[in-house]
Design a protein around this ligand. Sequence first.
Ligand code: ZN
Length: 207
Amino acid sequence: MHDRDLPEELALPLATGEPWWYWSGGRPAVDFVNTHRERWRRGVETLVTPEDLATWLVRAGVMEASAPVTQKVLAQAIDLREAIDALLVGAIEGGAAAPTEAITLIDDWLVFAGVRPQLVADPGGVPLLTERAASDSPRRALGTIALDAATMLGTDQRSRIRICASETCSGRFFDRSPAGRRRWCSMRTCGNEAKARRHRQRQRQSV
Ligand SMILES: [Zn+2]
């Protein structure tokens, strides 16, 4: 049995996705895409509830503290995720023009990204440049993800986007290896599995 697979007997759809998140993407935008698991087979949604999304954004380090997420924001987050994946797959396949709707959708989120400066008076009345509190932190966190995606997809970094070479894994990752020849989402799981399979084949051939 393959490590990266979800258990065969999993009751779908999931009630909550948290036990099935994984973090081998190498950056928030790719980890986000990987919340849609087993794209190669069953397509398992692990951002099931608004609470799932709130917890995920905190665990991903793009939101400081858990904040309420509405069902609407969850639906918009999933649209954002699939737009990122469309461009990600396009970058790997090369050639064909990227879907314009996906570009526009990611761009729409960029207005929520980044620091919003604020000038206030400190207790002594001296002007102080500070950062405006996020009035809607889940949207802002998704803006951060959109910016990470745009940085990866809209620059030469796109040449480092990969899909795991395992036939039973659809994990996406960002290849940060110096030579840029990484093939597996994780050496510990898919990489090891491939090594073991080659070993078994060699043994069979030698008998
Ligand atoms: Zn993999």
